[in-house]
Design a protein around this ligand. Sequence first.
Ligand SMILES: C[S@@+](CC[C@H](N)C(=O)[O-])C[C@H]1O[C@@H](n2cnc3c(N)ncnc32)[C@H](O)[C@@H]1O
Length: 218
Amino acid sequence: MIVTDAVRAYIEQTSPVPDGLLAEMRERGVRDGVPILDSQAASLLHVLARAVGARRIVEVGTAIGYSTLHLARALPDDGELISFEIDRERHAAAQSYFARARLAARVDLRLQDATEGLRTLTAAFDLAFLDGLKAEYADQLDQIVPLLRPGGLVAVDNILMSGAVAEGRPVAEGRPVDGWSSERIATARAFNEHFVNHPDLIATLTPVGDGIALAVRR
Ligand SMILES: C[S@@+](CC[C@H](N)C(=O)[O-])C[C@H]1O[C@@H](n2cnc3c(N)ncnc32)[C@H](O)[C@@H]1O
């Protein structure tokens, strides 16, 4: 946890109760060990998609579609969301959730490596969300920035890795942090520096969820 337990509990208690489908997806994520977005970060993405008036969105890393559903619900009826996932089972689960959400028409779920898929896209997108393999963030950001319209938004998840990125080692607040090796933390730090200094972006790092980097294209 990056914020204190009390802050987190307060925000959770104050937030509206998620609908049945989102709650089911979250339970499935926990049960099957699928890493899905923090609920506050997902709400933030939804608000930001509405704030930029998003009509076209691209996402890297659908998993079972939890973040995708938050984004899709922010789109107008004729909006479009393209989301890439390489895991066949997760992609299939996302498809079934979108059928149940009756939003399959505005969501193009692609079972494809995102680095390949991004090459086939044409501008302009209003919002991009990067949430795939962390080692691929830098290359995928370079692919995505030219696809964004000026003023378009890019969001990137897990940029603080449970706080370990701030420590610069697989420890946060004195406790070991599972899953984040020193090498991955070094890659994340390099990416964050690249992101905030990107000449085409106006960027900031936030401690929402597991850390979300946000930027708009100049
Ligand atoms: C953290 S999960 C995504 C969670 C999802 N965005 C959510 O919040 O509900 C990352 C997903 O990215 C997928 N992934 C990793 N590298 C990828 C790539 N190069 N192309 C497409 N999907 C990728 C993984 O299979 C995994 O399901």
